[in-house]
Design a protein around this ligand. Structure first.
Ligand code: NAP
Length: 249
């Protein structure tokens, strides 16, 4: 009997949850619990960490999980690494559903950096209005460059004081619209965007708007992960689930 653990937090995970629910597949959806009111899912849902590799391995055994699908955010590397390790320990087949990264196109002024520290190092010296579109977890690194004025867009109001001094906060949940992001960049007279290369269509509006306005973008590359079985299409994940023999599982 198939029983799936779907590690979520992305638009793609929600779309896959819908497909699994419609097909009547036995599956559990898992959220990290990073937002106050996560999108409701059509599957039984649990929230919060498992307690590292050992905790996840114990969970897989206790819940008799037969397959894990890692559809976490491309920057949620800790969860992805733990899932790979726990699946190796428990001999549970695992695949990843991951959207392709954004690729630079004509008219884009992008500079790729390896990580948040690279983004901080790449900031200009002169005071600049910066749209810091990186979520909330690594904001403190930018405190080292207090000469800039930062615009943040977060899903929930912060529960602790922000680590930046000159900061404007907007609360909004994607997907975002290109016309709205164009207006946002103009309203706040943004001169530079810092973003993570999340990929997908829900958050690329700011990049399209930046192209239109000729605004440079510092784009943080995805973290490197061990070799994995990665699919970009939901249909391929469903094929993988239903054809274990052909895939040597
Ligand atoms: P992470 O470093 O991969 O995860 C840290 C821990 O959170 C994991 O070890 C796990 O705890 C728990 N966790 C993560 N995803 C989980 C899931 N789907 N179900 C249950 N537990 C989960 O990821 P992060 O700290 O959440 O985020 C890192 C970066 O990813 C952020 O800075 C942001 O750029 C991006 N991001 C993440 C999410 C998300 O939903 N996680 C959403 C948007 C963006 P245990 O070790 O206890 O199991």
């Amino acid at each position: 009997m198939t029983r799936i653990l779907l590690l979520g937090g992305t638009t793609e995970a929600s779309a896959l949850a819908r497909r699994l629910a419609d097909a009547g597949v036995d599956a559990i959806f898992s959220y990290a619990g990073r937002t106050e009111s996560p999108v409701a899912q059509p599957l039984p849902t649990r929230v919060g960490g498992f307690g590292g590799v050992d905790g996840l391995a114990a969970y897989l055994r206790a819940e008799r999980i037969t397959h894990v699908i890692d559809a976490t955010h491309p920057f949620a590397a800790g969860m992805s690494r733990n899932a790979l390790a726990a699946c190796t320990l428990t001999r549970t087949p695992i695949c990843t559903l991951e959207r392709a990264p954004w690729v630079v196109g004509p008219g884009d002024d992008w500079r790729a950096v390896a990580d948040t520290a690279g983004a901080v190092a790449a900031l200009p010296h002169d005071p600049t209005r910066i749209f810091l579109a990186i979520g909330k977890q690594t904001l403190a690194d930018f405190a080292a460059r207090p000469q800039h004025r930062y615009l943040l867009r977060l899903v929930d109001a912060p529960t602790a004081p922000l680590p930046l001094t000159d900061v404007t906060l907007i609360l909004a949940r994607g997907p975002f619209d290109e016309a709205d992001d164009l207006a946002l960049l103009q309203t706040y007279r943004i001169g530079l965007i810092v973003a993570k290369n999340a990929g997908g269509s829900g958050a690329d509006a700011k990049l399209k708007a930046a192209r239109t306005l000729g605004i440079p973008v510092i784009l943080i590359d995805r973290p490197t992960l061990p070799a994995r079985r990665v699919f970009t299409e939901i249909d391929d994940v469903l094929y993988w689930l239903s054809h274990p023999a052909r895939l040597g599982l």
